[in-house]
Write a protein that binds this ligand. Sequence first.
Ligand code: NAD
Length: 415
Amino acid sequence: MTDQNLFEMVKQHLCSCSTDLVMDRNVEAVLKMPRREMHASIPVRMDDGKIRAFQGFRVQYNDALGPTKGGIRFHPDETIDTIRGLAALMTWKCALHNLPLGGAKGGIVCNPKDLSEHELERLSRAYVQVMFPYLGPDRDIPAPDVYTNPAVMAWMMDEYSKIAGKTSFGSFTGKPVGLGGSEGRLDATARGGWYIVREAARDIGMNISGAGVAVQGFGNVGSHAALIGQEVFGARVVAVSDSRGGVYNPDGLAVHELVSHKAATGSVQHFPGATNITNEELIELPVEILVPAALENVISSRNAPQVRAGIVAEFANGPVDNDADEILFEKGTTVLPDFLTNGGGVIVSYFEMVQNFNMDQWDEGKVHRKLEKKMTDAYREVHDLASQNNVPLRKAAYSIAVARVVEAMRKRGWV
Ligand code: NAD
């Protein structure tokens, strides 16, 4: 882990592409600040009858391209700067994937593992009560992120609907199927990420069938990354981890059984036939593909030289810090940047909104086909620009995304 601040890292990337875009300093200054941010004190009655105050945030980074969109994270170490950085990344992500949406992110400083289900529900509803004036299908549409899930989105959508006095499925995405949710949303981030890995592997002549893969994180994104990698793309998943540590078997892990093992024991560790490893050891394993799918800043100048994977696919947001980015580029490692690689979640969230607005329900095959096209189109565009200018994929992705946001701001007369 490093101490690099995610928001500062994102701003540095923005500056590094502004020369290529010949961007006016004042325009750059606009893009380096969130358009609007809300800080809230959220009182919640706990099961013991006492009131506890939680701290919550919502950052609406830029809405030039449309209503803002981005997840809500529940985490004990949440900070406003991480949320700002994540909200900026959402802005570039929606622009890069050509969605008519701006970027936002929210969070509550809390440890959901210490809360009962009823407390979690009251906290989720209380967040909506305080943020209500700033949310809505044509303002800002939240979705799940770290330690939030479809159940939390259902409570939040319900609370929003109660206050609005009408059912508003389009106010939140990542809802359960049967309650306005889309088929294919649950594994969309991981599936979309694998489409990008497949394209990149083709370009560097790597065969992903049988390739060794290590996945850090075994939540929504990480567990589906391991399952889809193994079942759809034929990769050999040799290591996975969660917040307590990881497991490694060079011959491959039975991922389905690992899911049951984690559900039964609360951790992936002590999986029969595998060796326990630390999260730090996982990063340095001899694998072809490394998939950080947990938190930010896990690859820094300290461990980047030891990374042995040919592809580092950022399924998480911000897992490679800026120093590590340079080291990996020099080494010839292909780093697949977060806002390109993990865009599948917001793409299918957008599909969910389209279905909600049209009172429609698409089948899973349709969602997968449309997702695959959007992901591969974005990859090709980024790859072509990166090859043309001999720059890292991340820099090319920033150039494309930022140019689209600037163009929208210009057309709206903001700059
Ligand atoms: P999640 O809460 O479902 O899972 C998080 C996982 O990370 C858990 O397995 C947890 O044990 C693990 N973890 C927590 N702290 C850790 C640590 N210090 N070291 C190693 N593992 C640790 O969250 P998620 O939705 O899977 O999100 C994971 C990442 O993907 C985040 O960066 C998130 O912003 C990003 N992301 C998520 C989505 C989405 O649709 N859920 C979309 C785009 C990006």
